[in-house]
Design a protein. Structure first.
Ligand code: CO
Length: 308
């Protein structure tokens, strides 16, 4: 027993030498295979929109995409839709493939992107945004788990109307755009509207607009304020002209049909029947320069949060 101990003690220098050699070799190998700091970083941007099946609607999404690309030269910008109905429709009718966010992100992870900023182009933090946030949160849970599991960093920008300051800023952008029209009649912004609590954002935007001018109105197709809410007020204001513009990212199906369509129940037809001279605007918020810069500001916040 004692002899065994002595023999082990004798071989200790040899064991220590071996450990040292192995450690040195390991360090050298690690150095050889570790890329230069920063060279393993691949940043990307994923822009997410509800989507549009109409080329006219796509223009709103393309306009924002172009502005984002210009602001982040050298960074790959991809586009993703959240509406499966629209994705199936454009695949069937125009042979165009757009991925939903979870698939687009999985592909980006597979292709080696390490830092991804997801840009929400939503107007309000409603159900569409909630869903997107869950997807991003899922990828965030996987992050840090190695190259095969998600990203190193992932962040998500806030929708246009997310905090108190946003109402003032969007109201300013809209009144600047239509100041001339606002002097000659009612300017009505028609949002989508939703059953979601975030529908209250449209009423808050209305208040922010009224602080600037009594002639600016907000209505929605599916929520509050409603068409009747707007009608009652513009009738009382005694204006003759009414400009109707979508308060949506794109001027797609809703803008062309529910707002400016020739059907009896479009906003244009109903307001015309009430005696107003109606001018529809077929351009989405995504095509408005001032709104584009608001979306860019939101993107910058998310980008900076992601780039620690
Ligand atoms: Co809709």
């Amino acid at each position: 027993m004692k002899r065994t101990f002595l023999r082990a003690l004798e071989s200790l220098p040899r064991i220590l030498l071996l450990v040292c050699a192995l450690t040195a070799a390991h360090a050298a190998l690690a150095e050889a295979f570790t890329p230069e700091p920063g060279s393993d970083v691949k940043k990307g941007i994923l822009l997410v929109a509800f989507g549009s099946s109409m080329p006219e609607g796509e223009e709103g999404i393309n306009a924002v995409t172009d502005v984002v690309k210009a602001a982040y030269p050298g960074v790959e910008v991809r586009v993703s839709y959240t509406s499966r109905i629209i994705m199936r429709k454009i695949a069937r009718e125009r042979n165009k493939t757009v991925d939903e966010p979870a698939i687009a992100l999985a592909k980006m992870a597979y292709e080696g992107f390490t830092d991804v900023t997801v840009v929400s182009t939503h107007v309000i933090p409603g159900a569409e945004y909630d869903d997107l946030k869950s997807v991003v949160d899922g990828f965030r849970l996987m992050s840090g788990g190695g190259p095969k599991a998600g990203f190193r960093r992932i962040s998500l920008s806030l929708p246009l109307l997310s905090n108190l300051r946003d109402f003032e800023r969007l109201a300013q952008a809209l009144t600047d755009t239509y100041s001339e029209r606002g002097r000659n009649g009612a300017v009505i912004f028609v949002g989508h509207g939703t059953h979601h609590f975030a529908d209250a954002a449209y009423s808050a935007l209305q208040m922010a607009l009224w602080r600037k001018s009594p002639n600016f109105y907000v209505g929605t197709i599916e929520g509050m304020p409603s068409y009747d809410d707007v009608l009652a007020r513009i009738k009382a204001s005694k204006v003759k002209n009414a400009l109707i513009a979508p308060a949506m990212l794109v001027a797609g199906d809703h803008a062309h049909n529910d707002i400016a369509g020739d059907e009896e129940d479009s906003w244009k037809s109903m307001l015309t029947a009430e005696g107003f001279r109606v001018t529809p605007v077929l351009s989405g918020l995504g095509q408005n320069k001032a709104v584009q810069s608001l979306i860019l500001d939101k993107l910058r916040e998310a980008w900076d949060e992601g780039a620690m």
